[in-house]
Design a protein around this ligand. Structure first.
Ligand SMILES: Cc1cc2nc3c(=O)[nH]c(=O)nc-3n(C[C@H](O)[C@H](O)[C@H](O)COP(=O)(O)OP(=O)(O)OC[C@H]3O[C@@H](n4cnc5c(N)ncnc54)[C@H](O)[C@@H]3O)c2cc1C
Length: 396
């Protein structure tokens, strides 16, 4: 059936981007090179995306973009994930950061970062999580102290996708230890790699290989105060802007992963025979395929709803973002698992891509906020509404 939920322009972009991925990215040897860890970070592929304008497409025209919305960003994530799920996050992250700079930055910061982002000259990473605190933002310890026109930053951040390949990091730091982060203690800094960011470890992971996930340390890194993004103490607002884009893109990546798993399972079910017939003629296999399709379609609609709300209402749509992130990433994992079931034993080996897609899908339920944190956000906002407390109002 035709896709009635996307505009003609969005559909045209999807066609154009699919073509770009198959002409330019696929011949570079993904996903095998990432999966075999032949690369620390997909630098060539990420730079190719940037140079073709896909980092800056959501930025305003004065910075080289086309003011495209979050739907475009998630189409990009989904299409990259269909080819190589582990590419989708590093291939999209710079766009999320560019959007946050546009929303919260000074003109000088927009000049310094957004023009080069749109031209594909800069790659960004997001440094939120710390060894002692991931979900719990109140536990962040990385400290920034003002000194002679600079912030002096000391602390550790772990699990940065692109920690090995990024040029700069949007980094969340404590500027006022007497205030909780949610109440003005947290700020966002744009920290260039050469300002004193040291990579102390590259993680070996279950999947998601080749994405340069690192452990960073800053020991007295000097960051000019002009690199403060948003007002001091307003780090949570910047973080929410990033998280809306990141969560929906993560869910869309799982959609691409699921679409590919479904295609692989369909193909295999038509080729594999049991009891003298293709397994596509077995009702139990048909039921698995039907479930895969319905779960995929349900998630796609929720992700699209989330994108349209964020484009219109920004991070006031965090509850709907959390719903889409939860449904999208739980779906991604279930559908990858179902694909392996259709393949039977050979699906558990590395002879077919579903095995690596399954390991990558496992991450969706953890990164960008765990499924439990998404459940927490949804019920919190529903109770707030039920109790008549202030709740996001969609008023236009
Ligand atoms: C491969 C990979 C890539 C990543 N990329 C990035 C990145 O680019 N940048 C970045 O900053 N971070 C990144 N992360 C970090 C990721 O976002 C965190 O791992 C995630 O938010 C969970 O934090 P945690 O690992 O500290 O787990 P914890 O917060 O310690 O959680 C442990 C358990 O407690 C549960 N829990 C915690 N708090 C709550 C709550 N309030 N309600 C209900 N349950 C709760 C969790 O759901 C989980 O089950 C990445 C992680 C991985 C593995």
């Amino acid at each position: 059936m035709p896709d009635i939920f996307l505009t003609p322009e969005e559909l045209a972009f999807r066609g154009e981007f699919r073509d770009f991925v198959s002409r330019v990215i696929e011949p570079l040897g993904l996903p095998e090179k990432m999966e075999q860890e032949e690369m620390d970070f997909p630098t060539q592929e990420v730079r190719a995306l940037g140079q073709a304008g896909y980092f800056g497409m959501c930025l305003p025209p004065e910075y080289g973009g086309q003011s495209r919305g979050l739907v475009y960003e998630t189409i990009k994530s989904e299409e990259l994930a269909y080819l190589a799920p582990a590419l989708s996050c590093p291939g999209c992250m710079t766009g999320w950061v560019g959007n946050a700079i546009i929303q919260h930055g000074t003109d000088q910061q927009k000049e310094k970062y957004c023009g080069p982002i749109a031209r594909g000259e800069l790659v960004a990473a997001v440094a939120m999580t710390e060894p002692a605190a991931g979900s719990d933002v109140n536990g962040y310890k990385t400290r920034a102290i003002k000194d002679n026109g600079d912030y002096v930053v000391s602390g550790e951040k772990r699990f940065q996708v692109g920690g090995l390949g990024a040029d700069f990091f949007i980094t969340f730091v404590v500027t006022d230890p007497d205030l909780p982060p949610l109440k003005g203690g947290l700020s966002a800094l744009l920290i260039d790699r050469d300002m004193g960011v040291e990579v102390v470890e590259k993680y070996r992971m279950m999947g998601y290989h080749g994405t340069g996930v690192s452990h960073l340390i800053m020991k007295g890194a000097r960051v000019p105060t002009k690199n403060l993004l948003g007002a001091e103490g307003q780090g949570m607002a910047v973080l929410d802007t990033i998280l809306c884009w990141e969560r929906l893109s993560t869910a869309a990546g799982q959609l691409g992963n699921a679409r590919r798993c479904l295609d692989e399972a369909l193909k295999y079910s038509l080729e594999r025979e049991a009891y003298g017939v293709p397994i596509s003629r077995l009702p139990s296999v048909n039921n698995i395929i039907a479930d895969m399709v319905m779960k995929r379609d349900m998630a796609a609609m929720m992700i699209l709803r989330g994108c349209r709300l964020v484009d219109r209402y920004g991070s006031r749509a965090m509850k709907e973002v959390a719903e889409a992130k939860y449904v999208g990433t739980e779906m991604g994992f279930e559908v990858a698992d179902m694909a392996i079931q259709v393949f039977g034993g050979i699906g558990y080996t590395d002879k077919y891509p579903v095995e690596s897609f399954f390991r990558i899908a496992r991450l969706g339920r953890i990164a960008s906020g765990t499924s439990e944190v998404m459940q927490y956000i949804v019920q919190r906002d529903v109770y707030k509404e039920a109790l008549g407390r202030k709740e996001p109002v969609y008023d236009s």
